[in-house]
Ligand binder design. Structure first.
Ligand SMILES: C[C@H](O)[C@H](O)[C@H]1CNC2=NC(N)=NC(=O)C2=N1
Length: 164
């Protein structure tokens, strides 16, 4: 795809406050952002997760996480009681395709040695949350896994639009 060599556009966040301690920074999914960052997105998805018991692995700050967020299109940054997580939702065509979705994600997670939290509710609503449990927050591993998930071919499993 032709890269638009625009200056790094100002990333706009919409901001949802849910309950007392949970806030969500909606990631950007504009084509420009994807085009602008697809090189770095490729960089992230080309990286390998490190073992989560790596010495001195620290959770990143909210600002550091917000800086990385544009590299994982369509993922939201969630702060739940002080624990930062990445979250993304999809609608699948059938319950069985939801389980197939989990199988594909599971194989990726096993290959990376880094595992997401999997939710399948109301039979066709998939939500995945990624965070580094060993540090109680976000590390680069989480962004690598999210970027790799964005690169998966899931088309046969998903309803075209979440609103379908
Ligand atoms: C040693 C190995 O890296 C750890 O047990 C991994 C396994 N998968 C993991 N996945 C996630 N998301 N967080 C962890 O802390 C974690 N720990």
């Amino acid at each position: 795809a032709k890269l638009s060599l625009q200056p790094f556009s100002q990333t706009y966040y919409s901001y949802t406050r849910r309950g007392m301690n949970s806030e969500i920074f909606h990631g950007a999914s504009s084509p420009l952002t994807t085009a602008t960052f697809c090189i770095t997105n490729k960089d992230l998805s080309a990286k390998k997760c490190v073992p989560c018991n790596t010495k001195d692995l620290q959770p990143m700050t909210q600002d550091e996480a917000r800086t990385l967020l544009p590299q994982v299109a369509d993922w939201d940054l969630v702060n739940e009681d002080g624990v930062l997580k990445l979250r993304r939702s999809w609608k699948v065509k059938t319950f069985t395709k939801g389980l197939e979705f989990f199988r594909i994600i599971g194989d990726l997670a096993e290959a990376e040695g880094h595992h997401p939290d999997l939710h399948l509710v109301g039979w066709n609503n998939v939500t995945i949350e990624i965070w580094t449990h060993s540090v109680g927050g976000l590390t680069q591993n989480d962004f690598i896994l999210a970027a790799k998930m964005n690169g998966l071919n899931l088309h046969g499993l998903l309803r075209r639009k979440a609103s379908d």
